[in-house]
Design a protein around this ligand. Structure first.
Ligand code: NAD
Length: 292
């Protein structure tokens, strides 16, 4: 590995990166460096531990160093917006940014999480345009998915969330989607099992965008009623560690086709990679080596 780095990094090599805290668990450096190395693109991608108090200084530094672009994760996804020159339409609607492109000192914010989710759906043969989607979770991931799905022409979107602090974010997302797209959208209480049954019965896709199923909630499913599962329902989870959550287990037991969060993670990275380098990420190669 050190030989590889010594061969690859020269005085011409440009920098890409990620600013977040915590950061050391991130798969992004490995994903992007695998893609850069195999394509022979002269960039290197590093992770920088940047907390919210350090964000303005970090962005000024990245700009001064002419870093070509960087990803942004918690806790900086919202706080970075006032530090950018331009925001993509999706960033304006989501209110958060996960990718910055630096064009000669002009910083543009993009959000690729929703793009990644929709690309992963399409990779599984599901076209969101004109479809009905039921989404559990209106937090960061849920907002990005809901807004991109609406921008990509989903006909109807039913969003379910608990009455926790995230509920208000869901209300804002519904208002934004109604103002900016033709998608019919409703927010429901996750405890409203009757509304859940009605929504899923008419949906092509049921998506989990909560963190239920990982970490402290490992083995727990967000599904309020398993009777809604039917073999022609496509079921997705944003979680990819573990690769099969309790929710996806329930769906597979009912004969549904499923997708975990790995595809979304890869495709959001691929979208950022292409914004920075102008070159598509070699996804099959990255998928194979990232998992190896
Ligand atoms: P968030 O804190 O913004 O939102 C958390 C969501 O989970 C909210 O909707 C909340 O109401 C819900 N929730 C929490 N506990 C619950 C419970 N016990 N029952 C029902 N609902 C509950 O978090 P986020 O940033 O949206 O992240 C959510 C998940 O998405 C995380 O697991 C994260 O790792 C994953 N994620 C994956 C990708 C990817 O590329 N695959 C990208 C972004 C986030």
């Amino acid at each position: 590995m050190s030989d590889e780095v010594a061969q690859r990094i020269t005085g011409h090599t440009e920098l890409l990166g990620l600013i977040a805290s915590p950061i050391r668990h991130s798969q992004s450096p490995r994903m992007h460096n695998l893609a850069l190395a195999t394509l022979g693109l002269d960039y290197a991608y590093l992770a920088f531990e940047v907390d919210d108090g350090e964000l303005a200084g970090a962005v000024a530094g990245l700009k001064a160093l002419k870093v070509r672009g960087w990803n942004v994760s918690m806790p900086n996804k919202i706080a970075i917006l006032p530090l950018l020159d331009h925001l993509s339409p999706a960033v304006r609607m989501v209110g958060a940014c996960n990718t910055v492109v630096n064009d000669d000192g002009v910083l543009t914010g993009h959000v690729t999480d929703g793009i990644g989710y929709v690309a992963a759906l399409r990779e599984n043969g599901i076209e969101p345009a004109g479809a009905h989607l039921t989404l559990i979770g209106a937090g960061g991931a849920g907002t990005a998915i809901a807004i991109q799905a609406a921008l990509d022409g989903v006909a109807r979107l039913d969003i379910f969330n608990r009455r926790d602090a995230v509920w208000a974010i869901g209300e804002k997302t519904v208002a934004t989607i109604r103002e900016n797209t033709g998608t019919q959208v409703e927010l429901h209480d996750l405890d409203d099992v009757a509304a859940f049954r009605t929504a899923v019965a008419d949906s092509a896709v049921l998506a989990n965008a909560t963190n239920v199923g990982m970490g402290k909630l490992l083995g727990v499913s967000p599904l309020p009623d398993t009777a809604v599962l039917r073999p022609d329902l496509f079921v997705s989870d944003v979680v990819y560690a573990p690769p099969r959550t309790a929710f996806l287990d329930q769906a597979e037991a009912a004969g549904c086709r499923t997708m975990n969060g790995l595809g979304m993670m890869l495709h959001q990275g691929a979208a950022a990679f292409e914004l920075w380098t102008g070159t598509p990420m070699p996804l099959d190669y990255v998928r194979e080596h990232l998992l190896a």
